[in-house]
Design a protein around this ligand. Structure first.
Ligand code: GDP
Length: 686
């Protein structure tokens, strides 16, 4: 989290808008000493059309020939020569030695000394060359280097993992972020040795259709006991006195963002499937990452010996992520399609970071599942231990119903239709069984690295000869906007808490229900404290109100920051959320080797919270389709069963019944690094 807090308020643009365009990377790479640089500039100035001597010194014989390029044949006038010089100098400042001088000169002449055009064309040329080099590398290696570079021998347990999520700096904008709660298996006192390997959710759940089962009618709830409320004298706030004005949120929502719907999209899939590259390239092609930044990433990744990761670096921001070549946090950024404003969450694929992935998925409306089409790689992700199945199941269990499957790295299989169909066959069947409707799942062939079929339909004949469907962006645009619970009482689950400049502090999170206005008083559960909303920011823009579905940052006053934790829920004063340490739930058990008995310790993953809990009672085994009790007070529960249980949490937790608030009534249970069950809250005890 420190990363995020430290960078808040830091203007990244400054990094790129100084004289040394594109940062220091070019100079660093080539170590041009000040004296050489001075000489270089001098000779150009004094001898604008005769670069030969200077270039001789700089680039050797081959380039001497290049530099003998006869610009006099272009018959430049005095002012044209001056323009030519100035343009060439700018281009050279930006690109350093990454482009041969001859090509630079030609391009400057071709573009009639237009710096922007010349840079565009040269960068494009460089990209193409890089792609070519990458493809050669990949072909030689048989598969991408990343897998080799990574060494997961030092597998971490969840407790070591920096559980940080972030909003990513994409191009111009610095956004806000949030923290994922820490999961410490040791601290939780879990005995990890009792479960066997291979508890991948995917295996047991095939044929079960988790979401459908859990969505079946739930047993009638019994008495609901709300926790006792404490009292607190709030401190005055700047905008106190402002009362909540009635606004027609639905009408306002229609008008907002130029009539575009907000959609929260999570990108999931097995590690190395190409998630970050795909989305990084998509953002770049959409113009969300400026050329200078992209060039900087290219240079830096090249320098680090990971040239193929340049696009992934758009979303993988920390040194450790880049070092390991693996996404750990949920990177967040925003982009727009024709009809939607998308909040993009790039979830980590590695199994060590599933808790982070759950947090991202819990806040998503729709998902892109990225699979690697390469031979053997798709299979590795899909089989036991791979994350393709587990992620698919998790997002469905967490309420995501629409899915785009990016069948990625199609360049690795020469865009073969047979391979695409083979993957659709295997994955499609699994996704149906996991509870996705066939009509809500779309398969799109892509190449994240090559940028094929991302924002525009591919023109490549290898693909067009058998594929006429949508490109990825069109698919994202055609997702149905989800129903927002704006009519329900206000609920926001805190995903980050931080101190901002000025009075008060900030929390970020997704509004799950209702709406909030500046000046409003809110209650936080736990700890049952009130505060006032001093400001609201949506995608970093200050707004007067925000509603269900929005990822916002609230500036709050009248409460001590110490009392707020990730996982607290902000709600309206009139209809507060319930807090408890004991609740009943209907669960669907995934693939577990050892049966669940009374007293079984688990980690409860609920929204942004993850905390230790115990299965206190096994109440009944239920019929998967009818929900009828088939066995009362079972001694144990085994894989694939549907059951009613009572859970005891270590600390108070704010929850809702699934029947009242779907979003706040779902949870996952994990044990020893594996997801063992998905559940919905049926009764809140105390
Ligand atoms: P993530 O772990 O799923 O985020 O995967 P990354 O985006 O970090 O990519 C993993 C590796 O696959 C990197 O070396 C990428 O350059 C490579 N890669 C990603 N997409 C493609 C693609 O479409 N084609 C090829 N050939 N390689 C790709």
């Amino acid at each position: 989290m420190a990363r995020h807090r430290n960078v808040r308020g830091y203007n990244y643009n400054e990094d790129f808008e100084e004289d040394d365009l594109y940062g220091q990377s070019v100079e660093d790479d080539y170590c041009i000493s000040p004296s050489t640089a001075a000489q270089f500039i001098y000779s150009r100035r004094d001898n604008p059309s005769g670069f030969a001597e200077t270039l001789d010194e700089e680039y050797g014989h081959e380039d001497t020939q290049q530099s003998n390029y006869n610009i006099s044949s272009h018959q430049l006038t005095g002012s044209e020569k001056a323009k030519f010089d100035s343009c060439l100098e700018r281009v050279r400042e930006v690109l350093g030695e990454s482009v041969p001088e001859k090509v630079m000169i030609e391009t400057v002449l071709d573009t009639k000394f237009d710096v922007q055009q010349a840079l565009d064309s040269l960068l494009l040329r460089n990209n193409k060359q890089n792609m070519k080099t990458k493809n050669e590398e990949t072909v030689i290696g048989g598969k991408s280097m990343k897998g080799k570079e990574k060494d997961f021998q030092t597998t971490r347990i969840e407790s070591d993992v920096p559980k940080v999520t972030k909003m990513t700096v994409s191009g111009k904008k610095q956004s806000t972020g949030f923290e994922v709660p820490c999961v410490n298996t040791e601290e939780n006192g879990l005995n990890t040795s009792t479960l066997q390997k291979g508890h991948s959710a995917g295996d047991a759940i095939v044929n079960l259709g988790v979401a459908e089962i859990l969505a079946k009618p739930i047993l009638p709830p019994q008495t609901v006991q709300a926790s006792e409320e404490q009292t607190m004298a709030p401190t005055p706030v700047k905008k106190a006195g402002k009362t909540k004005q009635q606004i027609d949120v639905k009408a306002e929502l229609e008008k907002r963002q130029g009539g575009k719907h907000l959609l929260n999209l999570v990108v999931i899939g097995h590690v190395d499937a190409g998630k970050s590259t795909l989305m990084g390239h998509l953002l770049y092609l959409l113009g969300n990452v400026n050329k200078r930044t992209m060039h900087k990433y290219e240079q830096e990744s090249k320098k680090a010996g990971k040239a193929s990761f340049a696009y992934a670096w758009v979303l993988d921001e920390t040194g450790e992520e880049r070092e390991r070549g693996v996404t750990m946090d949920v990177g967040m950024t925003k982009f727009e399609t024709k009809t939607k404003v998308i909040t993009l969450m790039d979830a980590p694929g590695h199994k060590d970071f599933i808790p982070n992935m759950i947090t991202g998925a819990a806040q998503a409306d729709v998902a892109i599942l990225v699979v690697d089409a390469s031979r053997g790689e798709f299979e590795a992700g899909f089989e036991t231990g791979g994350q393709t199945r587990e992620h698919g199941l998790l997002v469905r269990s967490l309420g995501v119903t629409q899915l785009a499957v990016a069948v990625n790295k199609m360049d690795q299989v020469n865009w073969q239709q047979e391979r695409f169909l083979e993957i659709i066959g295997k994955l499609g069947q699994f996704l149906r069984q996991a509870g996705f409707k066939e009509s809500d799942v779309a398969f799109i062939p892509t190449s994240g690295l090559g940028g094929e079929n991302l924002v525009t339909r591919s023109q490549s004949s290898e693909l067009t000869k058998w594929y006429e469907g949508k490109c990825l962006l069109e698919q994202i645009d055609s997702f149905k906007p989800p129903q927002r619970s704006v009519d329900k009482p206000f609920r926001l689950c805190v995903s980050d808490v931080f101190k901002d400049q000025g009075s008060g502090f900030c929390v970020t999170g997704k509004i799950e229900a209702g709406y909030v206005q500046v000046g409003e008083r809110l209650l936080t559960m736990p700890p049952n404290e009130t505060c006032s909303v001093k400001g609201i920011a949506l995608h970093d823009e200050p707004v007067d109100w925000a509603a269900a579905g929005d990822h916002v940052s609230l500036t709050l006053t009248g409460m001590d920051i110490i009392k707020i934790n990730v996982g607290c829920i902000f709600c309206c004063l009139k209809e507060p959320i319930k807090v408890c340490t004991r609740f009943r739930a209907r669960i669907l058990i995934f693939n577990i080797e050892i049966p669940i008995t009374k007293g079984f310790p688990v980690l409860l993953h609920y929204q942004t919270v993850s905390q230790p809990a115990t299965i206190r009672r096994l109440l009944s085994v239920l019929h998967k389709s009818t929900g009828e009790v088939t066995k009362k007070k079972p001694k144990y529960l085994s894989k694939g069963q549907n059951a009613l249980i009572e859970l005891q949490t270590q600390r108070p937790i704010a929850l809702e019944l699934y029947k009242d608030f779907k979003e706040l009534g779902r949870f996952m249970l994990r044990y020893s690094g594996s997801t063992i069950a998905a559940g919905v809250v049926t009764e809140i005890k105390e």
